[in-house]
Design a protein around this ligand. Structure first.
Ligand SMILES: [Zn+2]
Length: 290
């Protein structure tokens, strides 16, 4: 936790530096340079073609084709979900929460995109609808659908608890689900689990110390976050053992509920000009040769 060292001598221009206006690192106009209205046309004619219910304290994986919509939906009670995305044809290309955060902000909603790891670095999915978009940011700086957390995991839990071996953290749930879906052994599957999109979770950083906090999720049965798949995906979703994450995670203490992944097909002719996302055009020479 970062605290001010009052014994440290401040430089002469300290006040000027601290008073400078911040500069947004990445120009949103360049990142949002795509036609969102085609997705609105596509969702008008979409039809549900597949679904999977994810039981509490477990995870499931589902294939979603490029050009399909999918939703993460709350079914019975207030519950958060930890989402992983993989390129269906290359598990090494995963959702890149850090870069997505740098491009779109700490929490995502409609029109934001979920970007993949380097070197492909392309949109894997575009968020097309969010029933929790009324929440915005609360007075603590909290909001929903964060990409600032990682996922609850048994290693951190072991560290914090002083030796507990809890096996149903999202990291373990996603590991088992991917191993089952792709017929991998557990160590191989674990190597592909990555930092998540915390669907429905309400989180932020404290204003004074910058510490990661969580609050009760505002999600209610029927709420959903909807995506459009820009490439062929494996979608992995864990119903977090923290339930609505009002007070705890990484244990069996919280009330937990199932979540659903719904898949919808649409008439791609309605998505005027849409194409599968192609890999980033950087040549990967890194200043060597050429
Ligand atoms: Zn979790």
């Amino acid at each position: 936790m970062k605290l001010v060292n009052k014994d440290r001598k401040r430089p002469e221009d300290a006040e000027r530096l601290q008073a400078l206006e911040p500069v947004i690192c990445y120009n949103p106009a360049r990142i949002e340079n795509y036609n969102f209205s085609i997705y609105e046309d596509g969702r008008k004619v979409m039809k549900k073609t597949n679904s999977m219910v994810v039981s509490p304290r477990s995870a499931g994986c589902l294939d979603v084709k490029a050009g399909q919509f999918f939703r993460v939906k709350s079914l019975e009670g207030s519950q958060v979900g930890d989402l992983n995305l993989w390129n269906r044809h290359n598990l090494a290309e995963t959702f890149y929460s850090g870069k997505t955060r740098a491009l779109h902000g700490t929490h995502v909603s409609t029109k934001d995109r979920l970007w993949s790891s380097l070197p492909a670095m392309r949109p894997m999915a575009t968020i097309t609808h969010d029933t929790l978009d009324w929440y915005g940011f609360d007075s603590f700086g909290g909001s929903v659908h964060d990409i600032i957390g990682t996922r609850c995991d048994p290693y951190t839990n072991n560290l914090i608890s002083g030796g507990d071996h809890y096996h149903f953290c999202c990291h373990s749930n996603l590991t088992r689900a991917l191993a089952h879906h792709c017929d991998l052994d557990i160590p191989s599957a674990e190597s592909y689990i990555h930092d998540v999109l915390n669907v429905f979770m309400c989180t932020g950083f404290t204003r004074d110390t910058g510490q990661y906090f969580m609050k009760e999720s505002p999600v209610k049965p029927g709420d959903y976050l909807e995506f459009f798949a820009e490439i062929d995906l494996i979608v992995g979703l864990s119903a977090c053992p923290g339930g609505n994450c009002a007070s705890s995670h990484s244990s069996d203490k919280a009330d937990c509920y199932p979540l659903e992944i719904e898949v919808f097909s649409t008439n791609l002719d309605k998505l005027n000009g849409w194409k599968k996302a192609s890999k980033n055009k950087y040549d990967q020479s890194h200043g060597v040769g050429g």
